[in-house]
Design a protein around this ligand. Sequence first.
Ligand code: RB5
Length: 152
Amino acid sequence: MIAIGCDHGGLTLKNTVLDHLRERGEEVKDFGVTTPDAVDYPDIAKPVAEAVASGECRCGILICGTGIGMSMAANKVRGVRAAVCAEHFSARFTRLHNDANVLCLGARVIGPGLALELVDLFLDTPFEGGRHAARVAKIAAIEAAQTPPADR
Ligand code: RB5
């Protein structure tokens, strides 16, 4: 299952990506939005990221104007490694080396043709493991070392 979500800036591209995923035969859980009304991207990034972190979905795709706000919000959820990609090399290597589990796209940055190629690369490229697994484990260690703020 693939989790997908967007804000108003990413709606048109999300619909294109959804069609593409279904053509690929993927099972998709759509967290919205489905209308062009303005929304705050963290409100969509959170449930998509949580669906990935919980294991309900094997990965996620988040789309906003730049992809950046979505990635910042998604990366606040423990266990999520979200990457903004706007070219092929990053989409491939964030899977090979970072084991990224959420792809963030900027609908105002790239066109639909490139976006679909990045989606395919992201979904079809395996994590290389080995020395990269130790580095990804260090990302998790940073998360684990964060203590919640004291009650005020
Ligand atoms: C919405 O106008 C825009 O700020 C949002 O889509 C995104 O680009 C934020 O990172």
